[in-house]
Write a protein that binds this ligand. Structure first.
Ligand code: C5P
Length: 259
């Protein structure tokens, strides 16, 4: 894997016009472009994928599939036929759904290279309160707030990381999406071959924006990340850094320095 393949650019725009200059300039310098629900819904998955391919880029289709196994198998087949580099599904869809996605992709690709399937463990927007609300855990009856916070954090990690990441691996998925702070636990608990793709990455020279639990590219790679999803630091770099290509090159240098 080349250093540039470790950089996945989040294409968080709502039209192909806005995506065009980014894909055109960045395609030779990054591994692929993550297209999410916004662009997929506004434009249509086949159109977006064809567009990125036509400009020499590759696609991480961030569609986060979660439905009954038969439906997710159908969607996974369609994605595999588009020739994307990777796509993702929710681990919370269950083991039958994850296995169905894997099987569907293998059926389409045969001996050819299959797209990488990544599992979304627990959305990082969910906290312990949400898990209680959903009936996954009971409310903790602990008076000491610090102790309570610690146990809540442990429970999330156990559920999101140890349990769901391990389940994804057992179902044959190639990897998981994880917050930078979860990488170490995944590396300790799962097989070394499991790919770990992480957002929430910020070089020291970029604004954190709305990201809270962040790591620098070097820290995330050192912690064991396989590839990094990076949006605004590349698509809207600070003026002193220069163009998106300058930003991507600077990040590649930072990654290379710790490999
Ligand atoms: O601009 P920024 O680098 O924050 O973009 C990060 C990308 O990764 C966005 O597309 C965001 O939706 C996605 N993401 C994230 N945190 C997660 C899951 C996905 O930032 N836990």
């Amino acid at each position: 894997m080349e250093v540039k393949d470790k950089i996945i650019v989040a294409l968080d725009v709502d039209s192909l016009d806005k995506a065009k200059p980014l894909v055109e300039s960045l395609a030779p310098h990054v591994g692929c472009f993550k297209v999410g629900l916004e662009l997929l819904t506004a434009v249509g998955a086949p159109q977006v994928v064809e567009f990125v391919h036509s400009l020499g880029g590759q696609v991480f289709l961030d569609g986060k599939f979660k439905d009954i196994p038969n439906t997710v198998a159908g969607a996974s087949k369609a994605v595999a036929k588009m020739g994307v580099k990777m796509f993702n599904i929710h681990c919370l869809g269950g083991s039958a759904m994850m296995k169905a996605a894997k099987h569907a992709v293998e059926e389409v690709c045969g001996n050819e290279k299959c797209p990488v399937i990544l599992g979304v463990t627990l959305l990082t927007s969910l906290d312990h309160k949400d898990l209680v609300e959903m009936g996954i855990y009971d409310e903790l009856n602990i008076a000491d707030p610090e102790e309570k916070k610690q146990i809540e954090q442990d429970r999330i990690e156990r559920f999101a990381v140890r349990h769901l990441a391990w389940l994804a691996q057992e179902c044959g998925l190639d990897g998981v999406i994880a917050s930078p702070k979860e990488i170490e636990a995944i590396r300790n608990y799962c097989q070394p071959e499991l790919l770990v793709v992480t957002p929430g990455v910020r070089p020291l020279w970029a604004a954190a924006g709305d990201q809270k639990r962040i790591m620098t590219p070097a820290e995330a790679i050192k912690a064991g990340a396989t590839a990094l999803v990076i949006g605004r630091p590349i698509t809207k770099p600070p003026v002193e850094i220069g163009t998106p290509v300058d930003a991507a090159k600077k990040i590649a240098e930072e990654i290379a320095s710790v490999l």
